[in-house]
Design a protein around this ligand. Structure first.
Ligand SMILES: Nc1nc2c(c(=O)[nH]1)N[C@H]1C(S)=C(S)[C@@H](COP(=O)(O)OP(=O)(O)OC[C@H]3O[C@@H](n4cnc5c(N)ncnc54)[C@H](O)[C@@H]3O)O[C@H]1N2
Ligand code: MOO
Length: 406
């Protein structure tokens, strides 16, 4: 049996980004750039005002008095040259006319009679002016391959005149649930049956992370049916199965995958949950056989499938960050497998604490509900006390807390 580090090393060495596609800029959000991007425009296109105020020539400001000779709203230009001792009323974003280099905000002047104004305080030369090209030069490299496109990046690319981007696409993920005991949500589970909740859990994880779930349904524990279902998943960018990967008489996923060209890279990891996790490829397509126990499916999605999907999507940092926090409540000693414990992150006096969930059983969906982090309790770890420093794997930010309780 391999350990957790060997499992993630194997995934890291195996998965390569998907073939890049060119998409309209708006569809690029949350994707990763597959090529460098160069600005088509200079920005700002001209020296312009950063404030609503009055523009003037700083060198001509002898006594703090100026005569206003006109008005420029944003989007307009002013053709006349402004002479020393004169000022034009100018709005934020409007280009500076010839002859001026400094802007005084409206709040900092006193209006006098005869179109005269007086500056209340001294200003630096060039104050409140945005200089042509200070943000972007035409032809300048503005974003590099590998950059994640957040909304601010989309805004900057739009400002640079970029209409399309070349990105790694969002992976499409086929999900197959296996097991004779399963019925679909909406059906009545008769004796011994349970609802296929893992498909909903995994589809929700995928949607939350910006990936595309393709639900294949439920394959019975019967080799022919299972093979037909597995083949349906081969068009996707990744295939994830749940259930049927342990050592039971009806755990048929692995032998059936083998029949259709599966190259097994690992099976069984010394972790709890997640021991029976299976990983490999079929013609280069990554395939995960996740354990059927719901919280084991949820944990192995976070620990293995999610980073693998981020790698397909071109992210150079696929693994969730770890963060040093304090333990809120004591924990029992570790055992013979690395034990991933679900927990909440709570903020106490501005310090993050990890509060382990009361339920940790891998057979229950409830164990993972609301958890924002996983704590890997090391093999043979001694018992831990409240206040101990621990490193947790961050799954989500602890939003949703009432700020007054911090
Ligand atoms: N003798 C051994 N038995 C088991 C071992 C072992 O090492 N030796 N490992 C245990 C561990 S750990 C896990 S995890 C489970 C995983 O086994 P499988 O992946 O083969 O999963 P199943 O046996 O098919 O199901 C396990 C459990 O999960 C429920 N399940 C399955 N699919 C779904 C679904 N789509 N939605 C909701 N719940 C599902 C299923 O009914 C079972 O209760 O094996 C242990 N056994
Ligand atoms: O390892 Mo299993 O995956 O405990 O539930």
């Amino acid at each position: 049996m391999i350990d957790y580090q060997q499992a993630i090393d194997c995934i890291f060495q195996t998965i390569k980004p998907l073939a890049a596609v060119r998409v309209p800029l708006a569809e690029g959000v949350d994707r990763v750039l597959a090529e460098d991007v160069f600005s088509l425009l200079e920005l700002p296109p001209a020296d312009n005002s950063a404030m609503d105020g009055y523009a003037f020539d700083h060198a001509g400001l002898a006594d703090g008095f100026l005569t206003t000779i006109g008005f420029i709203p944003a989007g307009d230009t002013f053709s006349a040259t402004v002479k020393r001792g004169e000022a034009v009323r100018i709005m934020t974003g409007a280009p500076l006319p010839k002859g001026v280099d400094t802007v005084v905000p409206i709040e900092d002047i006193e209006s006098l009679s005869d179109n005269r104004i007086r500056l209340r305080k001294r200003l630096e030369h060039g104050a409140n002016v945005r200089v042509r090209g200070e943000e972007l030069k035409a032809g300048e490299k503005i974003l590099c391959r590998g950059q994640h496109l957040d909304p601010a990046a989309i805004g900057m690319l739009a400002s640079a005149g970029i209409t399309e981007v070349c990105v790694y696409p969002a992976p499409r993920v086929a999900i197959l649930s296996t097991g004779d005991e399963l019925v679909e949500l909406g059906e009545t589970p008769d004796s011994g049956k349970i609802i296929n909740s893992n498909a909903h859990l995994l589809a929700a994880c995928l949607r939350q992370d910006g990936f595309i779930p393709i639900l294949l349904g439920i394959a019975r524990d019967q080799p022919g049916e299972l093979e037909a279902f597995l083949r349906k998943g081969l068009d996707a960018d990744m295939l994830i199965t749940t259930g049927g990967v342990s050592v039971g008489d009806r755990d048929l996923v692995q032998p059936t995958l083998m029949k259709i060209g599966f190259k097994k890279l690992f099976w069984q990891v010394a972790t709890k949950p997640g021991k029976p996790t299976l990983f490999g490829t079929i013609d280069g397509q990554p395939v995960f056989g996740l354990p059927g126990n719901p919280a084991a499916s949820a944990a192995t999605y976070q620990l293995y499938a999610r980073p693998a999907l981020r790698m397909l999507a071109g992210h150079s940092h696929p693994f969730a960050p770890t963060l040093r926090v304090t333990l809120a409540t004591p924990l029992k000693a570790g055992g013979k497998r690395l034990h991933f414990l679900w927990g909440n992150l709570i903020i106490v006096n501005g310090v993050l604490q990890f509060d382990p969930s009361q339920r940790q059983g891998s057979g229950q969906n409830r164990s993972a509900v609301g958890a924002q982090a996983l704590f890997p309790l090391p093999i043979d770890s001694p018992a831990l006390a409240a206040g101990d420093s621990i490193d947790v794997i961050m799954l989500h930010l602890p939003f949703g807390q009432n700020p007054s309780h911090n």
